[in-house]
Design a binder for this molecule. Structure first.
Ligand SMILES: NC(=O)c1ccc[n+]([C@@H]2O[C@H](COP(=O)([O-])OP(=O)(O)OC[C@H]3O[C@@H](n4cnc5c(N)ncnc54)[C@H](OP(=O)(O)O)[C@@H]3O)[C@@H](O)[C@H]2O)c1
Length: 270
């Protein structure tokens, strides 16, 4: 991978995508052209980022160079999208915008960047530790070579799934909002341990190990979730007692509705 890549908005998610590519030497820092908004962020990246990438502040003359890169990863906040003004590059006929903006449709991107082909990507925060999930919806006229290149950018630190754009909102709800939902469940279960007299830290550790162990067991044994539940739910026992409370409080329905609500909210943005 030798192509020049621009990153419009070199924040948390952009770094999570780019850094492992640099770590694994799939990209060269001198081919990365990053854009940020403030002088403060610019200085901080220059001083603290472990790679010597090209970095510019938006609204400066030099920043225009990013529009000469054939591939641009767009990673500003959705509300900052209107600040990004496309500059047409006469030299390049095949410019790509790869947007990770939550909920912003390909149609909206195409209107904003009429001289680019647009790709919409949804990724999630575990990408920062190389365990992300990435969903990609291709816009029109993306060549198979471009698809291979873009997939390579993401499958270094995440599992990549291709979707029609319609399915990206539900993918986002499950995988991007999911970590917050799981964190809340961990907190709540830990509070259960705390209520029963365990120290908070220990309780949290036990919950997390229990979750990891349960997932590994399901995966390794090829059990269904229902089979696992039946395995640990004995007649008149503690587990059925716990499950009875959860069913009474409609936990299952609350979780289903939470995902649908996140999906609908994502659709509102596009
Ligand atoms: N967080 C998540 O879980 C998650 C997951 C998947 C996707 N996303 C998407 O990823 C995108 C970025 O999120 P983030 O958490 O990485 O945000 P972030 O850390 O705030 O990064 C945004 C970056 O954009 C820069 N920026 C702002 N205005 C700009 C402009 N006019 N020109 C150039 N750069 C500009 C900011 O620079 P300054 O620091 O100088 O302002 C900052 O470097 C969002 O659209 C979000 O929807 C987030």
């Amino acid at each position: 991978m030798i192509s020049k890549i621009a990153v419009i908005g070199f924040g948390n998610i952009a770094k999570a995508i780019i850094t492992p590519l640099l770590d694994n030497k799939l990209l060269d820092p001198k081919n990365i052209y990053c854009l940020v908004n403030s002088k403060k962020t610019l200085e901080s990246i220059k001083q603290n980022y472990k790679y010597d990438v090209n970095i510019f502040q938006s609204n400066t003359k030099e920043a225009k160079i990013i529009w000469e890169c054939p591939v641009k990863i767009l990673s500003v906040k959705p509300q900052q999208l209107n600040e990004i003004i496309e500059i047409k590059n006469q030299k390049l006929s095949d410019n790509l915008i790869v947007s990770v903006l939550a909920g912003v449709s390909i149609n909206k991107l195409r209107k904003r960047f009429p001289n680019h082909k647009c790709i919409r990507v949804v990724t999630n925060v575990p990408i920062t530790i190389g365990r992300g999930l990435t969903g990609i919806a291709w816009g029109e006229e993306i060549t198979s070579d471009q698809k291979i290149f873009i997939k390579k950018l993401f499958n270094n630190s995440s599992k990549v799934y291709e979707f029609l754009e319609d399915s990206l909102d539900i993918f986002l709800a499950l995988t991007s909002s999911g970590p917050a939902i799981i964190a809340l469940i961990i907190e709540a279960l830990s509070d259960g341990g705390l209520s029963g007299g365990l120290q908070k830290k220990l309780s949290e550790e036990l919950v997390m190990e229990m979750i990891i162990g349960t997932i590994d067991l399901i995966k390794q044994s090829n059990m269904t979730t229902t089979e696992l539940r039946n395995m640990v739910t004995s007649p008149g026992g503690t587990t059925i007692s716990a499950i009875r409370v959860l069913e009474k409080k409609s936990l299952r329905s609350a979780l289903i509705e939470s995902i649908i609500s996140a999906r609908n909210r994502s659709k509102e943005f596009s």
